[in-house]
Design a protein around this ligand. Structure first.
Ligand SMILES: Nc1ncnc2c1ncn2[C@@H]1O[C@H](COP(=O)(O)OP(=O)(O)OP(=O)(O)O)[C@@H](O)[C@H]1O
Ligand SMILES: [Mg+2]
Length: 180
């Protein structure tokens, strides 16, 4: 498993405001031909984030899984709670990610798809998840295929972070030399 919690990709767009987003509303796999998508998403608390950005994150993960299975196959989306955190895994039956690439898949412009890929999909996903205080990790399943694990912070953690950010902004406004 490779985790890049602290690194933020330069490909990030301007931050968008967070709202409550239902994960089951943003997994829209119907466009994937030849691919069976099985979901196991129990009732989960809404996560905090921007719905458009999170749709892009899921769409890129699903398209990556499809690209890895040119002959078709199955994508499994599973959700659950890990303590207060919402955890989503997206696993495929494709060729998997070579060990040396696992270190690089979240780097901006890293692609193995030549002219067909920009290499920005996972970099963007990483930025979005980092900004939410969440995490995205890449790995391989023992039986073959790649797996991506997304964890979203619990509502309580989010609230604490939001308060801390607001206080930092207030401090910076009081004393412009701070917070630079
Ligand atoms: N499910 C997967 N199975 C195997 N390799 C993957 C998978 N997902 C990502 N990768 C590898 O990670 C690379 C980077 O993925 P990323 O989504 O950032 O860019 P891309 O898919 O190449 O381009 P774009 O997202 O613009 O179409 C891919 O080129 C591929 O080598
Ligand atoms: Mg991609």
């Amino acid at each position: 498993m490779v985790s890049r919690k602290s690194r933020s990709a330069r490909a990030a767009s301007t931050p968008r405001p967070n709202t409550s987003v239902s994960i089951s509303n943003i997994t829209t796999p119907s466009i994937l031909e030849n691919i069976k998508v099985s979901t196991s998403l129990p009732e989960l608390p809404a996560v905090q984030g921007d719905e458009v950005e999170l749709r892009h994150v899921f769409m890129n993960l699903l398209l990556n899984a499809r690209d890895a299975m040119p002959q078709g196959g199955e994508i499994q989306i599973e959700g659950g709670l890990e303590g207060e955190r919402v955890k989503i895994t997206i696993a495929d039956e494709g060729r998997g990610i070579p060990q040396e690439s696992l270190e690089r898949v979240f780097d901006p412009f890293f692609t193995t798809k030549g002219a067909h890929g920009t290499g920005l999909g996972l970099s963007m996903a990483h930025s979005v998840m980092s900004r939410l205080g969440g995490e995205i990790r890449a790995g391989n399943r023992p039986q073959g295929g790649a797996v991506f694990i997304l964890t979203f912070p619990g509502a309580e953690i989010q609230t604490t972070k939001a308060v801390a950010r607001r206080e930092a902004r207030l401090q910076a406004a009081k004393d412009p030399r701070r917070g630079r």
